[in-house]
Design a protein around this ligand. Structure first.
Ligand SMILES: [Zn+2]
Length: 423
């Protein structure tokens, strides 16, 4: 390892603080809210940044407004790394609840505020500056690097990472995903993300006048009964693979550190690494308050941490529905998708740990992302790319009102991104 080079790269990032902050603020000012998730202008801005530096970049788009961009630095070392950032953001919600304009990119109190600052334009800005610094590094000292900025992550990556992965556009040995979160004083890396099992339960009955329920067959009542049973999936004990036990332990410890958690919330983190989580997030049934409903549907968001045996989970769900004894019930279950994880002892994980140590002087905690990110698209397309995650987002801030990213996290991330390919 060329420690002198690492040292000079770190110094260059430190001297680029205002650039990282300004870029983050600028990216936030593009309202890439998804839906509709139009990234054209934001991508044009990124292209102009790379053009000015003489770094080649290409825009990939198959549907109007859904632009993705990849900037490439050719290197002479073996191997190839891709950085993966998404540009779309979730809606800002009620603007009156925001202390600052959600698309103002306001910089104050050591933070950049705005929708997408945390998830994940902060990481995007860090990657842009890392690319500029790495472009000045001797190509003999680094491998070829692609910097991807994609659309559509927040709605299933249809015209973004999913399309790019399936059409063979992603080519690399290692993907460094920036859609990850940490505490400024306490770095962490994601070696995987959670899996899911989306489930729709439907019940049917018979409509009748609301005044004579005995003549009808109430589908909502039936659905409520089934749901009492399916909630018991949260008691199902997950079998954790041995190599992942220490990672689970470190992840729980990390997540519990979140500020102002109640004891119950802390216990929730412990529980969700031992059992699936079952969240009833959408329910439909009935047409009017005086009509007995003849159909009802419930949408369950079931998440399972990767690194455990998934196969019996669907079976147990079907059993629970059966155990409810409710007639005229059907279930549509997609998955379980197992999420993914890289072995904690694998080379890409070790390389990322080293890069974070060099950037911060601290050993990062290993964890599994609670939700999913674009790496699942790479894994679903069966691409032979190891995926590890490190990003600027502050833990627990993504998708919230008054979303922000701390400048401390931006700097740690830019340093790590600049170091990762040269060690
Ligand atoms: Zn994200």
């Amino acid at each position: 390892m060329n420690l002198k080079l690492v040292d000079s790269v770190v110094k260059e990032v430190e001297a680029s603080k205002s650039e990282v902050v300004n870029l983050c603020s600028k990216l936030v000012q593009f309202p890439t809210v998804n839906p509709p998730g139009i990234t054209t202008d934001c991508v044009k801005y990124i292209k102009a940044y790379f053009d000015k530096l003489g770094i080649k970049s290409t825009i990939y788009q198959r549907n109007e407004g859904k632009a993705n961009i990849c900037a490439t630095l050719d290197g002479k070392k073996t191997g190839k790394i891709m950085y993966l950032m998404h540009l779309d953001v979730v809606p800002e919600g009620d603007r009156n609840l925001w202390s600052y304009d959600p698309f103002g990119g306001i910089v104050t109190e050591g933070k950049v505020y705005g929708r997408g600052a945390c998830d994940m334009k902060g990481s995007g800005a860090a990657a842009m500056v890392a690319a500029r610094i790495l472009s000045n590094v001797d190509p003999k000292e680094r491998c070829t690097i692609d910097f991807w900025f994609t659309c559509d992550e927040e709605i299933g990556a249809t015209d973004g990472a999913k399309w790019l992965a399936e059409s063979g556009m992603f080519k690399a040995d290692i993907c460094l995903e920036g859609d990850c979160f940490m505490y400024p004083e306490d770095p962490s890396i994601d070696i995987g993300c959670s899996g899911s099992m989306r489930t729709i339960i439907k019940t049917s009955g018979k409509a009748a006048h609301g005044s004579q329920p005995h003549l009808g067959d109430n589908a909502v009542d039936k659905l409520i009964e089934v749901l009492k049973h399916t909630k018991n999936l949260e008691k199902f004990p997950l079998k954790v693979f041995d190599e992942m036990k220490p990672v689970y332990k470190s992840a729980v410890k990390y997540y519990k550190r979140q500020k102002s958690l109640t004891d119950e919330q802390k216990a929730g983190f412990v529980k969700c690494f031992k059992h699936p989580t079952v969240s009833l997030n959408l329910i439909r049934g009935g047409i009017k308050s005086n009509v007995i409903p003849d159909t009802a549907q419930a949408y369950l968001d079931i998440r399972i941490r990767s690194g455990c045996n998934m196969s019996p989970i669907k079976q147990r769900m079907l059993e629970l529905i059966k155990e409810s004894g409710v007639k005229d019930t059907t279930a549509e279950i997609s998955g379980p998708s197992s999420g993914y994880y890289e072995k904690p002892t694998s080379q890409p994980v070790k390389q990322l740990i080293k890069a974070v140590e060099l950037a911060t002087g601290k050993k990062p905690a290993l964890k599994i992302l609670m939700g999913g990110n674009d790496c699942t698209r790479i894994k679903e397309a069966h691409l032979p790319i190891a995926c590890v995650g490190f990003g600027a987002g502050d833990e627990g801030i993504a998708h919230l009102t008054n979303e922000y990213v701390s400048i401390a996290n931006l700097m740690t991330t830019a340093k790590t991104y600049a170091i990762f390919p040269i060690i």
